[in-house]
Design a protein around this ligand. Structure first.
Ligand SMILES: *Cc1c(COP(=O)(O)O)cnc(C)c1O
Length: 387
């Protein structure tokens, strides 16, 4: 790939980004924007004294997530990682099992698998979507899967493969319908890590609603934030009830007695955070519109410089959570990161591949050619909602 990435174009890029955020110095990668009912709702939560694990904002938050995603049930959680942990557990992942995922992701994806006592299997991503490649998934399963009594086993290890966790990178949907079909065929539960893709659609259907479970994150750097928060969505009523139960200490409802019928988790979202989340969710459409306009400006600008800008894949509508460009090689990338950060424009390399991290380096993977290619070249550029 040839592009005009030189110090010359770097300074043009810095000037352009600074012109997009004239009142920010440094220009952050992704800062939240609280210009709606945030203060009003948070103060209301404080005044009500219901600041902790129950309250009307938690209920409203769950309803709003259902409305936005089209999922039948939503369960609020204290962050996205624990949402993923519980989704995997309820999808049937047990200690010793294996779970297929992509190495190009935030560490939480693999951590949630490890929290279940399971082992990740890392398969390659596509260059176009940055998400799990359905062809890589199919090839791996054709070679290594054995089906016995509706259960998928890994021929090389003898362990069960119980779930698959694709991720919608930077908000760009992966080819989730093909992945769902393959998982179905192999009796593997599909759990979507849609932490980054609230508001992103694949063929007009919301990401996170293609498998048994989807999860979202409301961490400080995401499109919508409530400080920290998460949500699990599902269309299965029994699983939704279990998810609510297990994330709220498995307490059996009773007016005053403390009885818990299993080892539960305290993964509840405090009402205080939910109040913030409700105010943010009211602005989701405005944020999405704003981010789409920003992405369009970036796309035009980088088009003139012949630097590939990552845009929404065909058949999808991305939330454009984090904008990204592909530089020509890792040397150019390192230079770009240095020059832009020195100029107070925050840019970041894509994550180090999970399959290279100390705790995950010994697990099974395929050749991961695209993931490696992307790791060497992709950088994120400032993407906050512009106010
Ligand atoms: C943010 C994120 C999570 C988890 O989110 P937290 O709310 O920070 O726990 C999980 N997966 C991916 C891909 C993420 O980007």
């Amino acid at each position: 790939m040839i592009n005009k990435t030189s110090s010359n174009s770097f300074s043009e890029i810095i000037d352009f980004i600074k012109s997009l955020y004239p009142s920010e110095n440094p220009v952050p990668l992704h800062a939240p924007s609280f210009t709606g009912n945030e203060k009003k709702y948070v103060i209301d939560a404080i005044d009500s004294t219901f600041v902790s694990s129950v309250g009307k904002y938690v209920d409203r938050f769950e309803e709003m997530i259902c409305e936005i995603t089209g999922a039948k049930y939503a369960i609020a959680t204290v962050n996205g990682t624990c949402a993923l942990h519980i989704a995997l557990k309820l999808a049937g992942v047990q200690p010793g099992d294996e779970v297929i995922t992509q190495p190009l992701s935030f560490v939480a994806t693999a951590n949630a698998i490890a929290h279940c006592g399971a082992k990740p299997i890392f398969l390659d991503v596509e260059r176009e979507t940055l998400g799990l490649d359905p062809t890589a998934l199919k090839n791996f399963l054709q070679t290594y899967a054995r089906i016995e009594e509706d259960t998928c086993y890994n021929k090389t290890t003898g362990n069960r493969i119980t779930a698959c966790v694709p991720m919608h990178t930077f908000g760009h949907p992966c080819r989730i319908d093909e992945i769902a079909e393959i998982c179905n065929y192999y009796h593997i539960a599909l759990v979507e890590d849609s932490a980054e893709s609230l508001g992103s659609l694949y063929k007009s259907k919301h990401t996170g609603t293609f498998g048994q479970f989807g999860v979202y994150s409301f961490n400080g750097n995401k499109t919508i934030t409530c400080g920290g928060g998460g949500a699990i969505v599902t269309n299965n009523e029994a699983l939704a009830k279990k998810a609510k139960h297990i994330t709220t200490t498995a307490k059996v409802p009773h007016p005053y007695e403390y009885v818990h019928d299993m080892t539960g988790y305290n993964y509840r979202l405090p009402n205080l955070n939910a109040a913030l989340a409700c105010a943010q969710l009211e602005q989701l459409n405005a944020f999405l519109k704003n981010k789409r306009e920003l992405a369009k400006r970036y796309q035009e600008f980088f088009g003139l410089l012949d630097i590939p800008f990552i845009k929404e894949p065909v058949n999808t509508r991305s939330n454009y959570w984090l904008n990204a460009v592909i530089l020509s090689d890792s040397k150019t990338r390192d230079e770009f990161l240095k020059v832009t950060n020195n100029a107070n424009v925050m840019t970041r390399p894509v994550w180090r591949l999970l399959s290279k991290l100390e705790m995950y380096k010994d697990f099974q993977s395929d050749a991961l050619e695209n993931a490696q290619w992307l790791e060497d070249r992709v950088v994120n550029i400032p993407s906050s909602v512009r106010v």
